[in-house]
Design a binder for this molecule. Structure first.
Ligand code: SF4
Ligand code: SF4
Length: 500
């Protein structure tokens, strides 16, 4: 269970519609969040905000079981190029942590074990697999810790899909282009097929994940061809991210149109030849997706200590506000921030989506490329440093110099691409307006605060009541979510038909 401080407990109660508890805590602690308490007093008898935007449980539950890795890929976006563990005193998700998410697992169809580290370094994988034999289980691995014995164990444990990560000859990727690593890698792919035959099993289906950069984009077609020769028919492609400014030039985003054209030609060719090649945003080309394939489908669970797990509702960088991020209870799935996210994705123009979504590497590659170029161009803050202005504005606000603070916060929004800083500035502008009791203006700023900094707890709590006070007069029809489940199950059914 997550331990929340008093402020987070109040906010969490508001965001999960437990207004009775929020009222109790605010009454017991009259100096805590006075602006929120005042707003709460004005909503008696009003309908809960966006309560029609609830959704069924997600079909995909994603665990990150291991926080260690010794493979040392240079392009590792978690930073394992220069370290072997993520947390000092926490290496692997425990069976107890996994079990506490069983209610989510029970209602899902797919359970995925992915890496913020090497999944097979977790000593608990067989324990986890033993509990989900009725699910389509998927493990991502570099393959490095895989031995024949471990492969046999995975087959016995009825793992359904094994996805290897490998990127060819590039020095940035798995194995740094070392010929011995590459030889061993393909031998391991072959072992899995041989051991499946030996054990009379059609599982696990083997697929490949490739991280593409300007370093290996010209080799991509040969790599897919080699994979096909080793029996692989399904491949996902991830664009490499620039975890470090020095490597930005090697990403496809430094010369996006050129790279996109090269990669799409390869994807077109192999898809027309019957290999299923998609980018991780589920499209069969490096083009923008019309809707997010993860929202309402995906629940990802990352352990951050022996007692805390952080949830995400997609496969992108959007962070869930801290007071609800534990997803200890089912209420969090339909809490106000997630309803509001659905509202932005399914009922609003695309310009209203969170900035992380508008620039998402999975769904909006062009915007992501433009933003990466701008952030890496060195032309960022012209004039005064926005953070210094933001700090000056914060001091003025503490001193109740409302007009001075307003002016400086507005100034801090200019000439930079730091969404989090902008979101926090909008939040303070909202609080200034709330102090002046200008509710429409406050609401406008809190909407911008969460658009730029989605994880802002208190902005969401204020917005909750402001939407209650003045609900949307007409809610546009809700667009359908992307049917990711149907796509994955069709591929799975195809595999079963070909192998049974
Ligand atoms: S194997 Fe995965 S987690 Fe390990 S360094 Fe490589 S990319 Fe990072
Ligand atoms: S960041 Fe937004 S668009 Fe990207 S996967 Fe997450 S919810 Fe979808």
């Amino acid at each position: 269970m997550h331990s929340l401080n008093l402020e987070q407990s109040i906010i969490s109660s508001v965001l999960t519609d437990d207004l009775e508890k929020a009222a109790f805590l605010l009454k017991e602690n009259p100096h805590e969040l006075p602006l929120l308490a005042k707003l709460m007093d004005s909503v008696h008898g009003k309908a809960l905000p966006l309560s029609h935007l609830k959704a069924n449980d997600p079909d995909f539950v994603i665990f990150f079981p291991s926080y260690t890795c010794g493979v040392g890929c240079q392009m590792c976006c978690t930073g394992f190029s220069s370290k072997t563990r993520l947390f000092e005193n926490y290496s692997h998700m425990s069976p107890e942590q996994f079990d506490s998410y069983m209610p989510w697992i029970q209602n899902s169809s797919y359970v995925i074990f992915c890496g913020l580290g090497e999944t097979l370094e977790s000593p608990h994988m067989l324990n986890f697999l033993g509990k989900i034999q009725d699910k389509i289980s998927i493990i991502y691995t570099s393959g490095v810790p895989l031995t024949r014995e471990k492969t046999r164990d995975l087959i016995k444990a009825e793992l359904k899909i094994l996805t290897f990560s490998f990127d060819g000859n590039t020095t940035l990727g798995h194995g740094s282009g070392n010929p011995d690593y590459i030889k061993k890698f393909w031998e391991k792919v072959d072992w899995v097929e041989h051991l499946k035959k030996e054990m009379n099993s059609i599982f696990p289906k083997v697929s490949l994940n490739i991280t593409v950069s300007q370093d290996n984009q010209d080799e991509l077609s040969d790599l897919i061809s080699t994979a096909q020769q080793h029996g692989i028919q399904e491949i996902t492609i991830d664009p490499m991210t620039s975890f470090d400014h020095r490597n930005f030039k090697k990403t496809v985003f430094a010369d996006f149109e050129n790279s996109k054209n090269k990669i799409n030609a390869v994807l077109d060719r192999w898809n027309s030849e019957g290999v299923d090649v998609t980018q991780t945003g589920f499209t069969k080309s490096f083009n923008d997706a019309s809707s997010c394939p993860y929202l309402d489908n995906w629940l990802s669970l990352i352990g951050t200590s022996p007692t805390t797990v952080k949830a995400g509702v997609c496969n992108g960088l959007l962070e869930v506000p801290k007071s609800i991020e534990g997803f200890d209870s089912k209420e969090n799935w339909n809490s106000f921030p997630i309803r509001y996210l659905r509202y932005l994705h399914f009922c609003s123009p695309k310009e209203n989506k969170p900035m992380q979504c508008q620039h998402c590497i999975l769904t909006n590659l062009k915007n992501y490329a433009d933003l990466s170029l701008a952030r890496n161009s060195g032309e960022i803050s012209k004039g005064d440093d926005p953070l210094t202005i933001y700090r000056l504005a914060s001091n003025m606000k503490t001193e109740k110099n409302w007009s001075g603070a307003r002016q400086e916060f507005l100034k801090s929004l200019k000439n930079h691409h730091d969404f989090s800083l902008k979101g926090r500035a909008y939040f303070h502008l909202g609080e200034i307006e709330l102090n002046q009791k200008d509710y429409p203006e406050a609401r406008k700023y809190f909407e911008l605060a969460v658009q730029y900094h989605f994880e802002h707890d208190l902005a969401f709590a204020y917005l909750y009541f402001l939407v209650m006070i003045d609900p949307p007069s007409q809610i546009p029809a809700r667009r359908e979510k992307f049917d990711a489940s149907k796509l994955v199950s069709a591929l799975y059914a195809k595999y079963l038909a070909m192998n049974s």
